[in-house]
Design a protein around this ligand. Sequence first.
Ligand SMILES: [Zn+2]
Length: 473
Amino acid sequence: MRTFKSLLIAVSLLGGLTSAFAADKLLSKADLAAANSLRERALADPTSWQLVESLTTEVGARLAGSTGDKAAIQWGLREMNRLGFSNVRAMEVTVPHWVRGEAECAVLAPWPVNIPTLALGGSVGTDPAGVEAEAVMVKDLAALAALPAGAVKDRIVYFSNRMDRTQDGSGYGRAVPVRTQGPSAAAALGARAIVIRSISTGSNRFAHTGALRYQPDVPRIAAFAISNPDADALERQFASGEKVRMRLRSTARDLPPEKSANVIGEIPGTDRANEIVILGAHLDSWDPGVGAIDDGAGVAIMMGVAKLIRELDLKPRRTLRVVLFANEEFGTSGSRTYTTAAQAESVRHVMGFEADFGAGPVWRLSSRVNPNQLPVVEQIQRALAPLKLARGGNAANGGADLDGLTRAGMALLSPDLDGTKYFDVHHTANDTMAQVDPASLRQATAAFAVAAWLAAQYPGEWETVTEAKPARR
Ligand SMILES: [Zn+2]
């Protein structure tokens, strides 16, 4: 009996201790109430829309190294100052300067037709007369590697691989190797140029560009993308069994590297000001469109979040730092420069957010936190309930710009943007304001604002995450 009683006392003591321990590691009622106000304000606030409208209208396309890129830096500094951010500054970044020029793609036989095309980013041009050769169709890199020796020597290689539509964007990661590695893989076998079916889910005739990666020890050959309907039409020519002859021409070229900049502004923290909650997006864009969804929307969401928190005079405990990264699209030199600089700073990056997947809505909250912090993520999830988010797992990847910080163990909260239609538009001439839905953008801004505010207020430590980072989408 005595034993049972003491056991009861021990259990109740332990229970009391556990809940006392947990309570001081959970978000306060006041912070959660502020999150509610922030959410409601964000759902009615036009700032994110106005920012992406201003960036796409007044600056437009902003490929790394271009005059648009330089104008975007000035735009970012001006708007951050106008919105009242602190410590607004530009961090110099060296970026490549590739010029697209003109591109032409024609089928000469069996049935002549001109096909709208875009050179892949970073590709070399052709001779002025172009490349004319028989074309060989393969599905992907594995199919190319399986061809008999000499099968593509002096030929044009056409990759027919089609991207799957998915909400989380995973179809892109599966399809994109033909763009990044296809040119050198084909060149290593003696091919003279490549054409790919766009890494896109679109059904219009806008070709989709994006960066390739040449291998250093292989000749550089020209590389082109054509839209899905044009790829379908080309494949009908192959299906005839006749030899398909094509001519390709491109004036793409590299110019010397240029200076660009990461644009940075803050809402300073109070008692934990040396801990940074970073809000990242990228300022550069591809050149055929004006980068409204990639990544004007991300820029606008992050600046909108910081503006709302400042305007409500919420005084975050940790410092909220908005970073508009230079050159995400052409090798992430902005991110690498930032990561190196961060190592020399006296502050610590404890939590990351990145918006680089369109203009919303947000459909899910994923995380990458030390399991000790999962109860707080659950609290944040509950604060987001009116926005109807599902709970994702604890294996969030973040985006390309936070890659270095994440590999060093920074925790992530990821309000996941719905990617179902993103790749209809991404990296095409069709990436304009017409693709941005104001209500979805406000919902996304609200989701990021609530999560960022609560991450800044967490009374415990955001501990380092030691698990290996999952593969990028
Ligand atoms: Zn992007």
